[in-house]
Design a protein around this ligand. Structure first.
Ligand code: PEP
Ligand code: MG
Length: 324
């Protein structure tokens, strides 16, 4: 098995009829990076930058952030590293920046916090851009965007940070900026958002929670939380079609991407890349190399006519069993 895995590491994620899809990893700490490289990841689709913030007792300075980001970018160079700007609020709070709310998942989180505190946002983006000097493999990803105005405001700040960094003598290109599609409103605005952004990435963990109105961490409603719900699948297809209609690549970085059964559907929908935990990557790659895009599309066509998530899951399981 170990030998099989190391051979698999060198192989592209390509279907039997020659369709390529990039497999990326989600990271949080430098330890994840080594594991990801060992497993043959082709880049980082989601670096959760709030994690190093959560491990401190104060905001890391620009210099401290620069060092952390540089390590990440260097480790993966020349492959892309998609750094999400601070996504605090919801279930992720900082001891030194407490947020107390009735409904934190519907409250002050992600881009809402950082647009209200441009000083926090600018320091982080400056550190990211500086860290990318001579490497140029940085992509910036914005969490919890619900419409074009937030994106415009964030882009304005990122341009400002870039201009400042260049004035200080750093020779760096403007990094690509992408939008997370995880608030249902963004699904309906996908064409507008795609026009302004360089890429999209679906956060299926939050998108599922918000589309189904089911708290992703509440065990009582856990059986209702299902990314194979037909409404979630319909939303995902809308996002892919919208991004591609504007000529922009689209990825998905929620837990769903690392579930082999779901990955079959995501491939068929037309996602350009899947980003997952390093642990699941070899499994997903192995499976997608067994199937043809046409076969996956036929499976998707069958599945989207089913209205029961459990029946969808068992249909997919049956298909997986066919591959062993
Ligand atoms: C998501 O919402 O799917 C996602 C990838 O981000 P997080 O789990 O960090 O909210
Ligand atoms: Mg999210």
């Amino acid at each position: 098995l170990a030998q099989g895995l190391s051979q698999l590491r060198e192989l592209p994620c390509e279907t039997t009829d020659g369709h390529r899809i990039d497999l990326w990893v989600n990271t949080a700490l430098l330890a994840d990076v080594k594991r990801a490289l060992d497993r043959g990841a082709e880049g980082v689709g989601l670096y959760r930058t709030e994690v190093p913030f959560m491990m401190r007792d104060r905001f890391p300075s620009e210099k401290e952030q620069l060092a952390i980001y540089r390590e990440h970018l260097q480790a993966f160079h020349p492959q892309p590293v998609t750094m999400r700007t601070l996504d605090i609020g919801g279930d992720k709070t900082l001891s030194y920046f407490p947020i107390k709310e009735e409904n934190p998942f519907l409250g002050w989180r992600g881009i809402r916090v950082t647009l209200d505190h441009p000083e926090i946002f600018l320091v982080q983006v400056r550190a990211m851009i500086k860290a990318s000097e001579h490497l140029n493999n940085l992509r910036i990803l914005l969490p919890m965007i619900s419409g074009p105005q937030e994106l415009e405001e964030a882009l304005r700040l990122i341009h400002r940070a870039w201009a400042e960094v260049r004035e200080e003598g750093c020779d760096v290109p403007m990094p690509p900026v992408g939008v997370m599609i995880e608030v249902p409103a963004a699904v309906y605005l996908v064409r507008e958002l795609s026009r302004q952004a360089d890429f999209l990435s679906v956060g299926s963990n939050d998108l599922t929670q918000y589309l189904l109105a089911v708290d992703r961490n509440n065990p009582r409603v856990a059986p209702l939380y299902d990314y194979l719900h037909p409404a979630v699948l319909a939303a995902l297809q809308t996002v892919v079609n919208g991004a591609h209609a504007e000529g922009k690549p689209v990825s998905i970085c929620g837990e769903m991407a690392g579930d082999p059964a779901a990955a079959l559907l995501l491939l068929a929908m037309g996602f350009d890349s899947l980003s997952m935990n390093a642990t699941n990557l070899p499994k997903v790659k192995w499976l997608l190399r067994q199937i043809s895009l046409q076969d996956a599309r036929e499976l998707l066509a069958r599945v989207i006519r089913i209205d029961n998530p459990q029946v969808i899951r068992s249909t997919l399981q049956l298909k997986l069993r066919h591959f062993g």
